[in-house]
Design a protein around this ligand. Sequence first.
Ligand code: HGY
Ligand code: MN
Ligand code: MN
Ligand code: MN
Length: 411
Amino acid sequence: MESTITAAQTIMERCEILSHYSEEPDRLTRRFASPALSQTKEAVAGWMQAAGMSVQYDAIGNLIGRYEAEVPGAKTFLLGSHLDTVRDAGKYDGPLGVLTALACVERLHQQQRRLSFALEVLAFADEEGLRYHTAYLGSKAMTGTFPPRLLSFIDADGISMREAIRTSGGTPDPQLLQTPHWQPDELIGYCEVHIEQGPTLEAHNLPVGIVSAISGQNRFSIDFVGQAGHAGTVPMELRRDALSVAAVFILTVETLARGTPGLVATIGQLSVQPGASNVIPGQVTLSLDVRHQDDTIREQACQRIYEQAKALSEQRNIRLHWQELQEDASIACNPHLIQLLERAIQEEGYPLHILPSGAGHDGVILSKLTPVAMLFIRCRGGISHHPAESVKVEDVAIAMRVVERFLSLLA
Ligand code: HGY
Ligand code: MN
Ligand code: MN
Ligand code: MN
């Protein structure tokens, strides 16, 4: 059987290969239900089959690889992560987790070994929510918690989610998307390996860490609707300039977030209509992403931000359209699975570090069905959602060994 460093090298090579499946020629962008994602899933499915796994796609386009237990009818343990990316992404956010899980199965296959439980490696079709601005579409469909209203959401090209699922070979049937793949008693749990996407492990000079909890998050789409007009003729005092209000709102959000410990609020997308240099902006649409480990603080912050938007709009006679696209509560990772990860890390000879995740992950959704755990891998400078994202092959090998030990402790 090959060593874990060789297996880790293969994981890195495969992350590189998958990074070439992009919707854009000069950077990595791979949205839900895109042809680039289909190519990615095809490559991963091939590696899964070569590792002795059966593969299937579900109604929304998740890829699931299954490695049977030593006896039929055994429970299943889930591993995996997502294959979609943000815009101008790094190579590791998502794929590293899928490929590390796959590598652990590959090594079992090489040893002709089976565990007392089945393994499923889940490759989610959408975790980031780049195309339709709501995260976790894949895991929501897997757990039967997919809100059917999302099927009518339209992307930037006017394509509905329903159409996108169908075109990519899926089945946008609300019934199917609300049917969980498993009953809770068929599962043992879920564990996701993921880059930390933060600076903590590097600061502590640690290769891996255990996640204690995953932050809850809200996503909104906000429209400020004023009055377009001629930039040369409308006096300032008569304007209903949507962009001026949006600008004040953005700084208000930042001030509020800076004044609330542990809160993060981000306006990542903004569009101005009609978008001409000599026309007063008539409408501004922006995204808002709000997160905090404590759900009450997060909810209060969202309410205060909404009230600020309303007051600003009224002051300037601007119409406000406020749409909540998604809300997911914070979740605690499972104490028993955490304990097994702790033992696995200690037996590998590394110090323990437990940390919360500010980034969202599919464990938030899977926790509705089964106990979840996450293992973070150090990433350079904590950089993520950026092409400079990088990990060390040695840390990936360590993570593999920890997962292998974890699975043997689980057995
Ligand atoms: O946005 C996030 O937290 C994650 O990358 N989906
Ligand atoms: Mn390359
Ligand atoms: Mn991710
Ligand atoms: Mn991400």
